[in-house]
Design a protein around this ligand. Structure first.
Ligand SMILES: Nc1ncnc2c1ncn2[C@@H]1O[C@H](COP(=O)(O)OP(=O)(O)OP(=O)(O)O)[C@@H](O)[C@H]1O
Ligand SMILES: [Mg+2]
Length: 384
């Protein structure tokens, strides 16, 4: 968590509006490139929900939790149980075999075992079982004056259906929440992940398009970037401060991407601890950033993928979006041009490697912020 979370006012207002819904028509998708600040913003939304008496459950979604419908259900039950485990419900006492039945009720708490029992005892498909758990827990929560429950899942781009194994955990999640929300249960999904997330949801279930409000986190504005740099220093009463020129240089080098702002500031601070009035060694810091952040990703791509990425890095629109045709046309000027089917195939493999993603308009973007600038720096260093 940064000492000061800069900007993001609009995004917080959006979430506040979602909490004020009478019945849940909109769920949240919070998305953006690596390091843009999704996780820390999600952490900031939690106290906002608590302030309105909402319960908050959730976790990071690993690939294994999205492998099977059973795994995903177990994940949801375990997370929900944290919020419901101190709620006492009364159940009719079951007569044990061989004994005279006794009438009356027993008290039970809705802990994980109880939720799992509901899941196991409900006949039907995984979605029937999951819906039963969600319905029954809400029946118990509602009398306690709880307005609703947020189910917050980070790294939700890991959600996927696996048709080849007949496992559809992503569809299960969407079906279950759509169904209970339609009946008025205020359980809201907040799914956080890379830009591949929303297209994945819509591919699984077309109704996902209407089910989610998509909040796309962008880099910080110049003012917010400046706040991110200067406010923590002020609030800690540090003897060091940043000149407006330094703030501007760091903003330009980081282009407002929070992870890069933090990286550059930390390095600059280390220099100032030794030499208080030193110039910020921006180019040295960028080289360190290249080693720490980019080099590993670059080392994992093949030579031909590098050729393609170099062409992309030279496009005017490299930091926004580009089409297969843009790449093919630009490649005509290179020694080994690409055909469009070749580009298509390579973009798929670069997508799997987490370096590019396809948006809903069928155009592509780099999935790692400032990768294009890194590539150009590499070429310059090699004198190419
Ligand atoms: N609004 C902000 N103001 C100041 N610092 C921020 C802000 N947003 C993010 N940061 C800092 O930037 C870094 C990256 O943030 P975070 O881990 O939330 O990004 P992310 O989008 O979740 O990345 P990933 O895609 O890798 O999960 C963190 O160290 C965080 O403290
Ligand atoms: Mg994150």
């Amino acid at each position: 968590m940064p000492p000061y979370l800069a900007g993001r006012e609009r995004e917080k207002e959006e979430f506040a509006r979602l909490l004020d819904q009478e019945s849940i028509l909109d769920n949240l998708v919070l998305t953006g490139l690596r390091g843009v600040g999704k996780t820390v913003l999600l952490d900031t939304l939690k106290p906002m929900a608590h302030a309105k008496d909402w319960l908050w459950v959730g976790n990071d979604l690993s690939e294994s939790s999205s492998m099977t419908e059973r795994n995903l259900s177990t994940r949801l039950l375990a997370d929900l149980a944290v919020a419901t485990s101190n709620i006492v419900v009364s159940t009719r006492k079951r007569p044990s075999a061989g004994f005279v039945p006794t009438a009356g009720t027993a008290e039970r708490v809705l802990d994980f075992n109880a939720l799992q029992r509901i899941w196991n005892d409900t006949p039907g498909l995984a979605s029937d079982k999951l819906k039963a758990v969600l319905d029954r827990t809400w029946d118990a929560l509602e009398p306690n004056g709880v307005p609703g429950v947020v189910f917050a899942y980070d790294e939700a781009q890991n959600l996927a259906d696996h048709g080849s194994r007949d496992e559809y955990p992503l569809s299960l999640l969407l079906d279950a929440f759509q169904s209970i929300q339609r009946k008025g249960t205020p359980y809201m999904l907040a799914l956080v992940g890379l830009p591949t997330l929303f297209p994945k949801l819509v591919d699984a279930r077309t109704f996902a398009e209407r089910m989610f409000r998509v909040v796309m986190l962008d880099r910080l504005s110049e003012q917010a970037s400046s706040d991110a740099m200067t406010k923590p220093i002020e609030s800690f009463g540090s003897p060091t401060s940043l000149t407006p020129e330094s703030v501007k240089r760091i903003y330009e080098a980081s282009r407002g991407y929070p992870y890069f702002i933090q990286f550059i500031c930390r390095e600059a601070f280390d220099v100032w601890m030794l030499q208080p009035r030193a110039e910020i060694p921006i180019s040295g810091i960028l080289r360190k950033l290249d080693d720490d952040f980019f080099a590993g990703r670059w080392a994992r791509v093949t030579d031909r993928q590098r050729d393609l990425l170099v062409i992309i890095a030279h496009l005017d629109s490299s930091s926004r979006e580009f089409s297969v045709q843009d790449i093919v046309s630009a490649s005509k000027r290179s020694a080994k041009p690409f055909t469009s089917s070749h580009v298509n195939r390579m973009l798929v493999s670069l997508g799997e490697a987490g370096l590019v993603y396809k948006n809903r308009r069928g155009r592509y973007s780099l999935a790692v912020p400032l990768l294009d600038a890194f590539i150009l720096r590499q070429l310059e260093e090699q004198g190419q």
